[in-house]
Write a protein that binds this ligand. Structure first.
Ligand code: NZQ
Ligand code: ZN
Length: 393
């Protein structure tokens, strides 16, 4: 076990009708004028945005609004938000939506914190942030975990680069989490969300170093819970208990809890997916399902003990004749699960067919994004990334 710092400052307000408290929560944070940020229309159609405005009005909070955030949120929208926020003099950014809206809100908050600097420099590693406006969210999809994470992922749509910037100053002040709000999600988005939630913990689970028993048990419990309730939601999307289990899992999977004591995690599947997302604009969770089985088969021998434990304790498979057989049975069981919930297990099923040239381009860009090589289950470099993309075709 390694020493660690656990910092999870986000206040969580969880349960039915909690969105009605948003105005008071903002007031308690000292917000005067808020940038109300949302996506492509689901929050408008459901009436949620109207209820939020009403809550802000009751609390005497002023606002400017900016909708139109797309999945894999764009840098141009972030720049638009920074310009609007400066004109309007906002002092707080409130995201009403999912990971894309929250990440766009975080990036706008960075831009408003240091308006004389180019926000994209954070994502290319040229500098780190010194200041950011406070951010909070009313969450409408359980998936990215951005409502409690320190991470922000933005796509520069001009260059096709999808890049992350992680910094604790962007951890949201509060997250309003009403599981009912996620009931209007299409099944594909629900299941892509469940896949992403699991992957945030799996990335921290498949490591070579520092794993602690307590962290492992929490991780395995979380993963089994998501597997159970994802399948229930596939049949019964309005099941409140299932929506609630998944929503809470989404926050705990990515707030650092399931990585305490280990070496920081692997995260190669995420980096591989970010390139696919940048080039083909796929749904993040589905992109993860399409690469994970190939990544797993590429690395499992180097991290055999973890794959065996995963197979038995998470996927519930009967141990095989040896560790290798058990590990492979676990990977197959994971693919079966993806298929049961309608997720792809390769890029063809994801609906894309990258050419060899595109694969080499994604591998190169991935290596640039991670600064050369990355991975804890197995350290991987550019040629490995290309090999995994080829396996995942
Ligand atoms: O834009 P609207 O109309 O709201 O539609 C959205 C969008 O099309 C829809 N949706 C959301 N809530 C809904 C709903 N539709 C009906 N009813 C509702 N209640 O769902 C679609 C997907 O929304 P999005 O915000 O893109 O989903 P998600 O939360 O999965 O976010 C994905 C983004 O987060 C990044 C991903 O890379 C991707 O860009 N990630 C962010 C992380 C972080 N900041 O910590 C970590 C993750 O690993 C991930 O990389
Ligand atoms: Zn993710």
């Amino acid at each position: 076990m390694f020493g660690f710092e656990y910092y999870a400052p986000t206040r969580v307000i969880f349960g039915r009708e909690t969105e009605g408290q948003t105005g008071e929560l903002l007031k308690a944070c000292g917000a005067g004028k808020v940038l109300l940020h949302y996506g492509g229309g689901s929050a408008v159609r459901s009436g949620l945005l109207g209820r939020i405005k009403e809550s802000l009005g009751k609390a005497g909070i002023q606002y400017a609004e900016l909708g139109g955030v797309v999945p894999n949120p764009h840098l141009s929208k972030v720049r638009e938000g920074i310009a609007l926020g400066l004109r309007e003099g906002v002092d707080f950014v409130l995201a009403v939506g999912g990971g894309s809206v929250i990440d766009s809100a975080k990036a706008i908050a960075y831009g408003l914190g240091e308006p004389d600097k180019d926000v994209w420099e954070l994502f290319t590693g040229k500098r780190t942030a010194q200041k950011a406006l406070p951010v909070a969210s009313v969450l409408t999809i359980a998936a990215a975990g951005s409502e409690t994470s320190n991470s922000c992922v933005i796509t520069n749509e001009e260059t096709g680069e999808k890049r992350a910037y992680d910094d604790d100053i962007s951890r949201p002040r509060f997250a309003v989490m009403n599981p009912e709000l996620t009931m209007s999600l299409p099944d594909y988005q629900t299941q892509a969300g469940c896949t992403d939630i699991m992957m945030h913990t799996m990335e921290r689970y498949f490591t070579q170093g520092g794993n602690m028993e307590l962290t492992d048990e929490i991780a395995e419990g979380l993963l089994r819970t998501v597997i159970k309730y994802a399948q229930i939601l596939h049949e019964d999307p309005e099941n409140y208990e299932a929506r609630a289990e998944i929503m809470w899992a989404g926050s705990l999977a990515h707030n650092g809890l399931t990585g305490c004591g280990n070496d920081g995690g692997d995260f190669v599947s995420h980096m591989l997916e970010h390139e696919i997302g940048g080039m083909f604009d796929v749904t993040h969770g589905a992109g993860l399902a399409a690469v994970w089985p190939s990544w797993a088969r590429y690395v499992y021998r180097n991290c055999l003990g973890r794959f065996v434990r995963y197979a038995v304790k998470v996927m519930g498979v009967e141990p095989g004749a040896d560790g290798e057989e058990t590990a492979l049975k676990g990977i197959e069981a994971m693919e079966d699960f993806y298929r049961r919930i309608g997720m792809p297990v390769n890029m063809t099923e994801l609906g894309i067919a990258p050419t060899e040239e595109q694969i080499l381009q994604m591998a190169k860009s991935c290596a640039a994004a991670v600064g050369g090589c990355k991975g804890s289950a197995k350290l991987l470099c550019e040629q490995d990334f290309a090999a995994i993309y080829r396996m995942a075709r």
